[in-house]
Design a binder for this molecule. Sequence first.
Ligand code: SAJ
Length: 448
Amino acid sequence: MRSVDGAMSHPLLDKINQGQATVAVIGMGYVGLPLAVAFAEAGFPVVGIEQDPRRVAALQRGESYVEDIPSRRLVECMQAGRLAVSADPLPLASVDVVIVCVQTPVSPNGEPDLSAILRAGDAIARHLHPGMLVVLESTTYPGTTEEVLLPLLERGGLRVGHDFFLAYSPERIDPGNRQWTVQNTPKVVGGITPFCREIACALYQRVTTQVVPVASATTAEMVKLLENTFRAVNIALINDIALLCERLGVDVWEVIDAAKTKPFGFMPFYPGPGVGGHCIPKDFRILDWRAQRLGYASRLLAETHRINAGMPGVVVEKVAHALARQGRSLAGAQVLVLGVAYKPDVADTRDSPALEVMRLLRERGAEVSFHDPHVPTLHLDGAVLERVPLEAGLARADCVVIITAHSAYDWPWVVTRSRLVVDTRNATAGIKGQDAIVVRLGVGERRR
Ligand code: SAJ
């Protein structure tokens, strides 16, 4: 691969640098679709490989189901002939680059489910040909690319670093984030060999402003887990501090706002009813699972899970206590949950803490309904719940629980129409309702 001047060269590298490499993206989800569109908009011919026929049909109709990609951008790429979608992995036989963006769920004990990666790896292995670059982006335990994907790809006799190239580059998509996109978020890249890394860096340089090469694929896998474990641990910390502040009789939200005036050495996190989404609840558990198999039991990671997973129960206890102070029992009470998406201003409810809060409220006999401006129907334990009209829901509710503070809510309007509010997001700070009683997570009764 080395030319006379020592620079690395290879026909694939030339095709990438000329924007002529054909790119396949496996997994057209909230990671894969924006990536496929980014490469297509950079001029590459792209094929999206997607196993879900409903997604394939939607994309072929020019309908985007990923909020960060408006259908207009998808249609433009398809009409320019630079983006096609296929349910069949056959196109892999004729592409130069394959990027794997499939999901890696975890089981209740934190064990990562690699089945989607293995299916993708098997499909690639069946179509692997000399001169191909394979990049894994799915979040997984450190060692997956080298110990699981590489042997799968080499089973046909082709050798990594010579016949084909393999790298890992963690996805850094933050759904709903309008400021940080594929194009301007630095991209970490680690290769199985130095040339694997070189080629993968050249690929991402075509769509991102900054590429960050690291020593190996395992290093790159660890970078991703550190990023999200950092968030999970700090969310657990502030949830813990919130419960301490309640007992201290201070307002944790005021404490955080004052602490973040420190211009260095502090980064604010905020308490809440639990941690949702595709990544933060699970990524640190993948790391914990791997650590335990390496004989390292991290107490911090175990405690992080206990605290964050325990927050829905804390919220339900707060509802029960607030009702009891009005002489009402949670059993039989009408409870309205506001905001069921896993974070503000998105429609995604996957692993949303609202689901566990609603389950626990129901277990305690409450009549639970929900409203969310972005979520018209909610699947909960096999049932399909319809969102209730907001004003009618507030009028009927004995207690309103704010789980996700979408910016579309007019909180003074909500509070004045509520009897009792349990606010887990500090959405009602400073709002005085005529007769509403507002209980905020992390705010203690001020001692005289
Ligand atoms: N949360 C809190 N308190 C906080 C921050 C978040 O309770 O201070 C909760 C949120 O309500 C949400 C969950 O944690 O339920 C996850 O929040 P998030 O802001 O981390 O949102 P995600 O999972 O969509 O995106 C994260 C990315 N977020 C940011 O960098 C801000 C990033 O960690 C990853 O790029 C992405 O996951 C991923 O795909 O790994």
